[in-house]
Write a protein that binds this ligand. Structure first.
Ligand code: 2AM
Ligand code: CA
Ligand code: CA
Ligand code: CA
Length: 266
C-alpha cells in the first residue's frame, strides 16, 4: 500500500479542487467562453479557472515556490533556488470542448532542473497517477510498472497527430512518414489527445509506448517522471535524454524503446 507523502497530498488536493469546476463545465461547453491561442489551439474559461484554483492551493501549501503554468506563464518564487511547480491545468482542451471525456490535470515539481514529483489526475475516471523521484509510480493505491510486452507486433502505441498550427508542412510529412513506418509493425496506434494522460498510461502499461513532437514542458514533466519511475524509457527522437528540453518525446517499455525509435527513424 502506498502511503502518500505530504507533497503528493498537496498535489492531489489542488487537482481535486480544480476538477470540481471542470466537471461542472464539462457538458455545458456551449456556454463556455472560448478563445484561441493558435488556429486550432483553444483556451476556455475551464482552463483559466482550473489554473487559478491550482495556483492558489499550491501557493498556500508552499508559499516560496515558483510557477511555470500553461496559461499564466512563469512566476518567480520568493527564493530563486526554490522548486518550481510546472502545471498544465487542463490537458486535452480540444477533447473537453467536444464533450469527449479524455482530459487531465498535470502537476510536476522541478527542483534545480530535475523533476522530483509529478501527478496526472483524470477526473472522469477518478484516477490519480503520481510519482516521486526514487519512490516508484502509483495509480491511486497501486504500484505501477510499464508493460512487459517484448514485440512490436503485439504492442499498442499512442501518438499525437499534428493539427492546424502545430508544426510546419515538413513536420506534417515527417509524422505521416513515422506513421507509415510504425503502423504495419504494431498491433495498433491510438490518438487520445491528452499527452499527459498518454504518458501516464504508458507508466500504467496500458499503452506500450507513445511518441509525439512539439510538446511543451507542462504537457510532459509529470508523465516523464511517471514513466521513469514505472521502469520505462523516455528520450527525444535521437535517443538523447532531452525530451523535456526539446518537447519531442519517444517513450516505451525498456524492451520496445529501441525498436520504436528504429521504426520511427527508418
Ligand atoms: P492542451 O489541451 O493542454 O493544449 C497533444 O497533442 C497536446 O497538444 C495535448 O496535450 C494538448 O494540450 C495540445 N493541443 C493543443 N491544441 C490541440 C489540438 N487542436 N488538438 C490536439 N491537441 C492539442
Ligand atoms: Ca492549451
Ligand atoms: Ca497540454
Ligand atoms: Ca492545457
Amino acid at each position: 500500500m502506498a502511503t502518500r507523502s505530504a507533497l503528493i497530498n498537496v498535489m492531489q488536493k489542488a487537482s481535486t479542487a480544480a476538477s470540481r469546476g471542470m466537471l461542472r463545465d464539462f457538458g455545458e461547453t456551449e456556454n463556455l467562453q472560448v478563445s484561441r491561442k493558435g488556429p486550432a489551439d483553444f483556451v476556455s474559461r475551464a482552463d483559466t479557472n482550473a489554473e487559478r484554483v491550482i495556483k492558489a492551493e499550491l501557493h498556500k501549501a508552499r508559499p516560496d515556490w515558483g510557477f511555470l503554468m500553461e496559461e499564466s506563464g512563469e512566476t518567480a518564487g520568493a527564493d530563486s533556488d526554490a522548486p518550481v511547480w510546472i502545471v498544465d491545468p487542463l490537458d486535452g482542451t480540444t477533447n473537453f470542448l467536444h464533450g469527449i471525456p479524455q482530459f487531465a490535470i498535470s502537476i510536476a515539481v522541478m527542483d534545480k532542473g530535475v523533476i522530483t514529483a509529478g501527478s496526472v489526475f483524470d477526473p472522469i475516471r477518478n484516477e490519480l497517477f503520481y510519482a516521486e523521484r526514487g519512490q516508484g509510480a502509483y495509480l491511486n493505491e497501486r504500484r505501477l510498472r510499464v508493460s512487459g510486452r517484448r514485440h512490436m507486433s503485439e504492442s499498442l502505441f499512442g501518438t499525437g497527430i499534428p493539427f492546424l498550427g502545430r508544426g510546419t508542412e515538413d513536420d506534417h510529412k515527417q509524422f505521416i512518414h513515422e506513421l507509415s513506418n510504425v503502423m504495419p509493425r504494431c498491433a495498433g496506434i491510438r490518438r487520445y489527445g491528452a499527452a499527459a494522460l498518454d504518458m501516464a498510461w504508458v507508466a500504467a502499461g496500458r499503452l506500450d509506448g507513445f511518441w509525439e513532437h512539439g510538446l511543451q514542458i507542462w504537457d510532459i514533466a509529470a508523465g516523464f517522471l511517471l514513466v521513469r519511475e514505472a521502469g520505462g524509457f523516455v528520450s527525444d527522437f535521437a535517443s538523447r535524454d532531452k525530451a523535456l528540453e526539446t518537447g519531442d518525446v519517444v517513450t516505451a517499455n525498456p524492451t520496445l524503446h529501441a525498436e520504436l525509435l528504429r521504426a520511427l527513424r527508418s
